[in-house]
Design a protein around this ligand. Structure first.
Ligand SMILES: *Cc1c(COP(=O)(O)O)cnc(C)c1O
Length: 365
């Protein structure tokens, strides 16, 4: 059992608050798909899925094994696997996961498996590339897809979807509206020729914020669930879900001229108390946070990180902080602190959250 003292607390109440915040932005009929890929954005995808099981219509993960873990934990909610490979298709069926079929190679392979097994009306999803140019069919593929679908009863299209390239950026509004219009044009052909009407979805979190009208039947919310909207105002209305905590392992008194940490990167100018905390770059804290660029909070006061971030530890300056070995340390517990870490690390919040490594213990409260 992992009884590590560096713990990421996932705040269930905050998850629920954020889910409800997006619900009230949407039409009552619009379904919500909770994105729990990458360990629930660096938390624990299984725990988040168990917690949200009865509160959302769908989950999605990027890779098959992420979905398998959620099924193995007993979650029954439909799970869309966004990026399956041919090697995963049997496992997808074994665990009743729902594949995104994004090109003919994977589409044909899944159809073959469905024919041979045989499966009946197995739920699949078809993704269209409308401008992100990552994965997805092109609009020119529509006639061939329709022909193949009309010849089988082994699979049934649960949804048609696409993904926006710049939904957070209103300067790219025309491009995004173009993507939405392309998607609408593609799905119209399906609705005309398929004989049934799959669900439609294109919006991620910032899509919901900026292009609410394009909510179709479902929206896919990732980052928003974990407390980050498109801008400061949205983020303020959301609650932080990721609280990263640790404790002080040791306190050292450093004399003037002595140094702290690897490469002797910090030199004390005056007598200094430094506290060593058991979290390092192997836990997801960027080395860019070293040398006073980042800080932690101890007994309500900011303690700057001194010297280099080590693999397993950081040292922080607690000269002016009343604290002792064993005291609690907050690495972050607010969206502001996470934003600060992302900025100093020269990255985006998505990466700061998903960087939290598997070594950190995860608990849902
Ligand atoms: C990751 C992902 C999402 C979630 O995006 P957020 O910006 O975190 O809401 C939605 N759809 C697809 C296809 C994704 O890959």
């Amino acid at each position: 059992m992992n009884n590590h003292v560096t713990v990421l607390e996932i705040d269930g109440k905050a998850l629920e608050h954020n889910l409800n915040y997006f619900k009230q932005k949407l039409n009552p009929k619009t379904k919500i798909l909770a994105v729990v890929k990458a360990f629930g954005y660096g938390s624990d995808g299984v725990k988040v899925a168990q917690f949200l099981e009865d509160k959302v219509a769908y989950f999605s993960v990027a890779y098959t094994h992420e979905g398998v873990a959620i099924r193995e934990a007993g979650v029954k909610t439909p799970i869309l696997v966004l990026h399956p490979q041919i090697q995963n298709l049997q496992q997808i069926v074994d665990f009743r996961l729902e594949p995104n079929l994004y090109n003919f190679k994977i589409f044909d392979a899944f159809l073959r498996l469905a024919d041979e097994t045989p499966l009946m009306n197995y739920p699949v999803h078809i993704k269209f590339n409308t401008g992100l140019n990552r994965v997805g069919f092109w609009h020119t593929d529509v006639p061939k897809i329709l022909t193949e679908l009309k010849q089988t009863t082994h699979i049934k299209v649960q949804s048609l979807f696409s993904h926006l390239a710049a939904s957070e950026d209103l300067e790219e509004k025309d491009f995004t509206v173009g993507q939405i219009n392309n998607f609408a044009y593609i799905v119209k052909q399906f609705y005309t020729h398929l004989g049934y009407e799959p669900m439609l979805h294109i919006l991620n979190t910032s899509g919901v914020v900026n292009f609410t009208k394009a909510q179709f039947d479902m929206v896919r919310i990732g980052l928003g669930l974990y407390g980050f909207g498109n801008d400061e105002k949205e983020t303020e209305a959301l609650k932080n879900t990721h609280n990263l905590k640790s404790i002080i392992s040791q306190i050292n008194i450093i004399q003037p001229g002595e140094t702290v940490g690897y490469n002797r990167a910090y030199t004390a100018k005056r007598p200094t108390r430094s506290a060593t905390i058991p979290i390092g770059h192997a836990d997801g804290l960027s080395r860019k946070l070293g040398n006073k660029k980042g800080y932690v909070v101890i007994n309500n006061q900011k303690a700057p990180i001194i010297g280099n971030v080590c693999m397993d530890m950081i040292m922080v300056n607690v000269t002016k902080i009343d604290c002792k070995e064993g005291d609690a340390v907050i690495i972050f517990n607010s969206q502001n602190m996470i934003n600060h870490i992302a900025n100093v690390s020269e990255t985006i919040v998505y990466e700061t959250l998903t960087a939290i490594s598997q070594r950190v213990k995860k608990i849902l409260i």
